[in-house]
Design a protein around this ligand. Structure first.
Ligand SMILES: *[C@@H]1O[C@H](CO)[C@@H](O)[C@H](O)[C@H]1NC(C)=O
Ligand SMILES: *[C@@H]1O[C@H](CO)[C@@H](O)[C@H](O)[C@H]1NC(C)=O
Ligand SMILES: *[C@@H]1O[C@H](CO)[C@@H](O)[C@H](O)[C@H]1NC(C)=O
Length: 636
């Protein structure tokens, strides 16, 4: 399939073909978010080099995004739970004919033959191949080649680009331009520690008699080892699903992360024997496979953890494994969004080769089929334990992706992201300098993305404090990892959290200035809620490991929401969808354990401190499932 010709669209419009050059009106549309680390500017791009230019058209009715989402997600809305159809959403937000015309007129006026222009099937993108010289003239940009110091890999990019002032409102972003570096999101610094007990002894114990006789994995030791039973006790989870054929729960993984069936079975044999042999349903996105050529903690840790705990807590709910990206290239957040929303899908016309996997993939062993576009109805719950630094993307890129999460909420999906594992710092503990660039000794906090998008649910991490039991209050996680939290540098505070966040800032003013975080009082705060993220027993590559991370917390919250959806489906209701407007209400506070101790240190500071009420370390707290269920069942 190829991009449809623009001819039909143009027939509708009488084009002004000889528009005067508007170069004098050019205004900067996007500037690179940060200078690339580890990439060296090598040379100016040859003027004859061909660039596959893609112009992302502005969607219509963007002012309605929040209003439509709240109409189905806010508990006081009369239409709560009456989610929209995909068609309603596509029709509402599709770029207008007027927008297509404006952009086409501009390009044609700049001398681009209209026969070279293609419109994507979604009508979201205009595409044409431009020489570097043409692109540079059009966008007042300079393209350079950058070389990766270690691997010699190369990519091209420009530092900023401009468009005519009257075109700005019709364009979200243009690629390839300033979006740099981030092809594969890295798993949140998932950390592990081998059992501190004599590990050979424990392992042989497991292998020989299949029991945990000599492992102190019981309720008395949840401060040292978290198991399914610890979580059930901590969060009062006592529910067996009955609507499994109608319910859906998706776990998102990015290749080369992969699970090993032998690990799941090893975990089940010890902690959930009836599930031995249970497999996830593989949804292959862009050639996503459960690769087994690379194994070990770094390849299997995340997927094994997510599936072992999601399966265990929602038994017997089937689980969809959204395995995204082929082995050579991998994928990004945009790629899985393409798979659940054909209108976002930028088939041959919009994914950014420096950010996103581009399919078909010509690399040896690559996925040689068309990009996975609208292949999947979004599951009711989607848990994702991957993230990148907000500072590594541009505001326009983040905004466009964030709008997609709002649409998933309108459709009735709960989208959960782990909040990051470095406290107020970014991946690798990196913070920002005064200009927002990542530096070793930066003092400005470095929040994660996409958790800062106000239309996802951000999940932070807690711990059973050392020496405490499941009956004692948990604290913020301060072992091995620190719960990602703070305030967005891009996104404004949504109404649903205004009271909670304002109360925090007013009653517990953090000892930091605007130099460290956006303290305006109108920035989006995160996380939204939290769950245990320390000391998980996970079978990985044939061994039990002890695992830490908000990566643990997200699938646990996802499991609880899945159980709630099950009960609602059994009661003839729909899934809960976007939960944030609900969980911040006064009424629901009684169903959360408020976390009031611990902090999320980073950037040479103690970070924020957990306190009464919402805080930017643990959100509104950890769920009490037994209390939460009837409240969600009361909603229409
Ligand atoms: C950070 O390190 C750079 C380079 O070593 C130095 O020039 C700068 O002054 C340091 N900044 C701070 C805040 O320490
Ligand atoms: C702080 O966040 C708000 C809301 O997003 C934004 O309007 C404001 O410009 C931000 N301030 C700074 C200094 O970035
Ligand atoms: C959880 O909620 C239930 C029902 O409201 C309550 O009986 C129970 O004590 C709560 N559990 C904890 C640990 O607070």
């Amino acid at each position: 399939m190829h991009l449809s010709s623009l001819a039909w669209a143009l027939a509708l419009a009488s084009l002004a073909v000889a528009a005067p050059s508007r170069r004098s009106n050019l205004v900067v549309h996007e500037r690179r978010a940060q200078e690339p680390r580890d990439w060296v500017l090598t040379r100016r791009l040859d003027s004859g080099a061909v660039l596959p230019m893609r112009f992302g058209l502005a969607q219509s009715n963007m002012h309605k995004v929040e209003e439509m989402l709240m109409s189905v997600a806010h508990p006081s809305s009369p239409t709560y739970g009456q989610h929209f159809s995909m068609k309603e959403i596509v029709d509402t937000f599709a770029p207008s004919t007027e927008t297509v015309e404006h952009v086409v007129n501009w390009l044609v006026g700049e001398g681009i033959d209209k026969k070279r222009l293609k419109l994507s099937p979604s009508k979201g993108w205009i595409e044409f191949d431009a020489t570097a010289e043409e692109a540079e003239g059009l966008l007042d940009a300079e393209y350079h080649v950058y070389t990766h110091a270690e691997t010699g890999a190369q990519q091209i990019g420009c530092h900023s680009y401009s468009v005519p002032e009257d075109i700005r409102e019709h364009i979200d972003l243009i690629k390839p331009t300033v979006h740099f570096l981030h092809r594969v999101p890295t798993p949140n610094q998932l950390r592990k520690r081998s059992f501190e007990r004599p590990s050979t002894h424990i392992k042989s114990g497991l292998k020989t008699d299949g029991s945990l006789a000599d492992v102190p994995a019981d309720l008395a030791n949840c401060d040292q080892l978290i198991t399914l039973d610890c979580l059930r006790a901590l969060y009062s989870i006592d529910y067996t699903p009955v609507s499994t054929d109608k319910n859906t729960f998706g776990i998102l993984e990015f290749t080369p992360q992969a699970f090993l069936q032998s690990d799941l079975d090893m975990f089940f044999a010890n902690f959930s024997p009836s599930q031995v042999g249970t497999k996830p349903i593989l949804i292959s996105i862009d050639g996503g496979v459960d690769q087994t050529q690379d194994t070990g903690f770094n390849f299997n840790g995340e997927s094994d953890l997510d599936l072992e705990y999601a399966f265990g807590l929602t038994n017997p709910q089937p689980i969809l494994l959204l395995q995204t990206g082929d082995i050579p290239e991998g994928a990004s957040f945009d790629n899985w969004l393409d798979a659940v929303d054909a209108s976002f899908c930028t088939f041959e016309g919009g994914d950014d080769p420096t950010q996103d996997g581009i399919y078909p993939d010509p690399l040896p062993g690559g996925f040689d089929q068309p990009e996975s576009c609208g292949i999947l109805t979004p599951p009711f719950v989607i848990s994702t334990s991957y993230g990148q630094d907000e500072s590594s993307v541009t505001a326009a890129y983040a905004q466009r992706q964030c709008t997609e999460y709002a649409k998933l909420g309108m459709l009735g999906s709960t989208v959960l992201y782990s909040s990051g594992d470095n406290g107020v710092a970014g991946n690798g503990g990196i913070c920002l300098d005064g200009d927002g660039n990542p530096v070793e000794n930066g003092s400005q906090f470095n929040p994660d993305f996409p958790v800062t998008c106000p239309f996802v649910t951000a999940v932070g991490a807690t711990q059973v404090n050392p020496g405490s039991t499941v009956d004692d209050p948990e604290g913020a996680c301060e072992q091995v990892i620190f719960s990602g939290g703070g305030f967005s540098n891009f996104f404004a505070m949504p109404d649903y959290q205004a009271a909670a966040v304002t109360s925090f800032l007013t009653n517990h003013p953090p000892p930091f200035s605007g130099e460290q975080f956006n303290n305006s009082g109108v920035a989006r705060g995160f996380p939204d809620l939290s769950a245990n993220g320390a000391n998980y027993v996970v079978a990985v590559a044939g061994e039990f490991e002890r695992v830490f991370g908000t990566s643990c917390s997200s699938p646990v919250v996802g499991s609880m929401i899945t159980l709630i959806n099950d009960a609602r489906i059994a009661a003839g209701k729909g899934p809960v969808g976007f939960i944030n407007p609900v969980i911040y209400t006064d009424k629901f506070q009684a169903a959360f354990h408020d976390i009031t101790t611990g902090g999320n240190q980073g950037c040479g500071t103690p970070g924020f401190t957990s306190t009464e009420g919402w805080d930017p370390v643990t959100g509104v707290g950890t769920p009490n499932f037994t209390a939460l269920l009837p409240l969600f069942l009361e909603l229409p």
